[in-house]
Design a protein around this ligand. Structure first.
Ligand code: SAM
Ligand code: ZN
Ligand code: ZN
Ligand code: ZN
Length: 349
């Protein structure tokens, strides 16, 4: 849609006739007809933000998720610079025409008939999972209160109860990531790291916040993208639990959150992150290599404290991790301000 606001006539301008793409990149529009205290730019910024917020909230609400707000106290950028036609999807993956969603064959799923899934060793859907606590007892990835158990080894795929399990959905401690997000989210403009994410409420350690959303692409496709596009891709390593990685790039996948995704695409990197990403399945099995990526709070997080992940967790455990090293190719300077800053931000992996 063509907009001409330089003549200062806003009377025939109905924001219902517009979509968010009309606002992408819109910053300065001033009008003499508006009082000096409320500039045309403020009106535009407000409209663009309200429109995008309401579009995203309609979709979030439809899936039972909590509110999303967009805030910028740093400059006059109305909304995050999303590509034209960006589609907000609160949960689940979308598929491009060349890739098919995995076939859900009933027989492939292990299923339990627990009354409330309290004991992982007798919960049949956990039969192929062998994660134990320090006392050698088989454990779920979640405590009884639904908070993530950090005893669960990083890299192990979490297998939640599935639609074939007979346990009651609301009294099963093993259905957490699959539940709608109940933490309100604010997408806000940071100082020097573009847009980021926080919550308006206190988050307790172990709280599971939500899952990375986007379009499934092959790893080979993800690797062919330019650095900017790559920075919105999350690699899925579906078979890690089986100790046998996918055989080639056409069998391993990434999730591309650039043109279709949710609030998690705005999660910035920190070398001292407050969220941990983990892989979880409930509507596929691990062998299908398409787990979801869920995010759990590593510690208590204050309201409005930025939520961050480590884009390169392997980099954190290298011997040089606490020293600023030479920039890897495609990396940008890290502005996480952590005392342990490694100096560079790589693409999410
Ligand atoms: C997945 S996006 C995160 C959202 C992004 N800030 C935005 O405004 O859309 C990843 C990009 O954010 C920026 N970024 C994330 N963490 C950063 C950090 N610690 N320091 C500097 N830039 C960062 C980099 O440009 C990176 O390529
Ligand atoms: Zn069970
Ligand atoms: Zn089950
Ligand atoms: Zn850093």
């Amino acid at each position: 849609m063509q907009m001409d606001v330089d003549d200062g006539d806003v009377s025939g301008w109905d924001e219902n006739d517009m979509d968010v793409d009309d606002f992408v990149g819109v910053k300065h529009r001033r009008s003499n007809m508006i009082s000096p205290s409320v500039s045309m730019m403020d009106v535009d910024v407000g409209r663009a933000r309200n429109l995008l917020t309401s579009q995203w909230n309609d979709i979030a609400q439809a899936s039972g998720a909590a509110e999303i707000t967009i805030v910028n106290e740093v400059d006059d950028e109305a909304i995050p610079p999303i590509p034209e036609g960006f589609v907000y999807v609160e949960s689940g993956y979308t598929y491009p025409p060349e890739l098919k969603p995995p076939e859900i064959i009933d027989d492939l799923f292990l299923r339990c008939d627990c009354a409330s899934c309290m004991d992982a060793s007798s919960c049949e859907c956990q039969d192929l999972v062998s994660v134990m606590d320090s006392l050698g007892r088989k454990i779920y990835a979640y405590h009884k209160n639904g908070f993530y158990n950090f005893e669960y080894p990083q890299g192990s795929i979490v297998v939640e109860c599935n639609k074939f399990c007979k346990c009651p959905t609301n009294h099963c401690r093993n259905r957490v990531a699959q539940k709608p997000r109940d933490i309100p989210i604010q997408v806000f403009k940071t100082l020097g790291r573009g847009w980021g994410v926080c919550s308006t409420t206190l988050i307790r350690k172990g709280k599971v916040l939500g899952m990375y959303g986007g379009t499934i692409i092959t790893r080979a496709h993800a690797e062919s993208l330019d650095e900017e596009a790559k920075s919105y891709c999350f690699d899925l390593d579906g078979q890690e639990m089986m100790n046998e990685g996918p055989t080639d790039n056409s069998e391993s996948y990434s999730v591309d959150g650039r043109t279709c995704g949710n609030w998690t695409r705005f999660l910035n990197h920190s070398c001292s992150p407050n969220l941990q990403a983990y892989q979880v399945v409930y509507d596929t099995i691990p062998e299908m290599n398409r787990p979801y990526i869920a995010f759990a709070a590593l510690r208590q997080i204050d309201p409005r404290e930025e939520l961050t992940i480590d884009y390169d967790p392997a980099g954190a455990i290298q011997p040089t991790a606490n020293r600023k090293s030479k920039a890897p190719s495609g990396a940008t300077p890290c502005r996480c301000a952590s005392k342990k800053c490694r100096g560079w931000v790589k693409s999410i992996s």
